[in-house]
Design a protein around this ligand. Structure first.
Ligand code: ZN
Length: 408
């Protein structure tokens, strides 16, 4: 068929996409605690059923998700959808959880306000926008009676933002994912072939001092002040760590420090003290470390331990406790497989989609590129992952371009 007709129809679904995205942003799936998955799944399941998908709710067993070192509550309900046609499978993946709201927002983070052509809401980018895009694609395919060349499947998952044991891992263990995986996560607008992705480790540090009245501070040990030398040692480590480069290329993001993957080191959470006239007895610090496929988790842990030890030499802390968590491990795909080589041989798919993504020509190129690289008919493809900028329109186009469609 002529794709123009389908693409025109996509354009007409703008209102549906905004309606649905606002509706699902309105369900607060902030993690922790990640309480409202069931409510979100109710909405998504009804939509999918309306578009002819068979659905299944898959709850992660409690003993699995309790491995996550966060105060979680509520059931971990994942949603699997399948548009059965007996053809090779293609799975669209998205996570349903969002990170907590931090800075003051100009708009209500759970209202999905549309203003000046932009939609504001927690998860609009990461990644409820992608879910709305998938639904838009499913709606068009259903209502136009198009026959996908692959069996469209989707996995909408829990607890991605905390790692350790996300719903996606449980679904993967249970065989719900096909090996043609489409991931509409934030990142580059250009379809990207990822050969590797960084892992994440976390260190929770508890500095122990001795609380006392601030008018007699010689009687105590100020945990906040005495953590400063440790933090300084960690900042020195940060500067060393972030000089490292992977042998693998980075995702082409604006402002990235290198065209190779680089590790990241962040002091992200600090809490201490109870009142202005009380010397702080404890101070808690959380370090987040993104580590490369070239690095080992054990090395990352020992680097941090050694830096803390160096800092403690200049500190009067009475004690310091550390817990480490491997939030998720790095992943690397063999660049020598047929699939990787095939992707590598493709000419750059398009140059300027960042500004011209809505143009028909760009659309066609996205479509062709996706199809040429990720044909579900290709049995030699071990894994394929898309990355799409978390802006609704390009993502919608990406979603639409995942499946080569034709008239029945
Ligand atoms: Zn995400």
């Amino acid at each position: 068929m002529d794709f123009t007709e389908a693409f025109l129809r996509v354009e007409q679904e703008r209102d549906y996409l905004i309606y649905l995205l606002r509706k699902i942003i309105g369900v607060d799936t902030t993690i922790p605690p990640g309480e409202n998955y069931g409510e979100l799944v109710d909405i998504l399941e009804a939509e999918l059923n309306g578009f002819g998908f068979e659905t299944r709710r898959v709850a992660v067993p409690e003993e699995k998700y309790r491995m996550i070192p966060e105060p979680l509550s509520g059931e971990r309900i994942n949603l699997v959808g399948v548009l059965k046609n007996g053809k090779p499978r293609s799975t669209f993946y998205a996570h349903m959880d969002v990170v907590p709201v931090d800075d003051p927002w100009s708009e209500d983070p759970f209202a999905g306000t549309v203003k000046d052509g932009k939609l504001y809401g927690r998860g609009a980018v990461d990644m409820k926008g992608a879910i709305a895009c998938f639904m838009g694609a499913a709606k068009v395919i259903h209502e136009m009676g198009l026959e996908p060349h692959s069996q469209m499947e989707c996995c909408f998952c829990t607890d991605e933002e905390v790692g350790v044991y996300p719903g996606a891992l449980y679904l993967a263990e249970k065989g719900y994912f096909s090996n043609h995986l489409v991931w509409g996560e934030l990142g580059s607008i250009d379809p990207a072939v990822l050969t590797g992705i960084a892992g994440a480790a976390r260190a929770n540090i508890t500095a122990v001092g001795k609380s006392c009245h601030s008018g007699m501070n010689w009687m105590g040990v100020n945990a906040i002040e005495e953590l400063i030398p440790v933090m300084q040692a960690l900042m020195d480590l940060k500067s060393d760590v972030e000089k490292k480069e992977s042998r693998l290329p980075a995702l082409p993001l604006p402002g990235a420090p290198s065209d190779r993957m680089t590790p990241m080191f962040n002091l992200n959470v600090i809490r201490g003290g109870v009142k202005e006239n009380v010397v702080a007895g404890e101070c808690h610090l959380t370090v987040n470390r993104r580590y490369l496929p070239d690095e080992r988790y054990e090395e990352v842990v020992s680097e941090i331990e050694m830096a803390v030890k160096r800092g403690l030499k200049n500190s009067r802390l009475l004690d310091l406790k550390m817990d480490f968590y491997n939030i998720f491990s790095p992943v690397e795909i063999d660049p020598e497989t047929d699939a990787s080589k095939k992707c590598g041989q493709q000419p750059p798919p398009f140059g300027d989609t960042r500004t011209s993504f809505s143009a028909a020509s760009a659309l066609q190129r996205i479509w062709e590129w996706c199809w040429n690289n990720f044909s579900p008919k290709d049995p030699g493809l071990p894994a394929a992952v898309f990355c799409a900028q978390g802006i609704i329109w390009p993502m919608r186009l990406m979603s639409m371009s995942l499946w080569k469609i034709s008239s029945p």
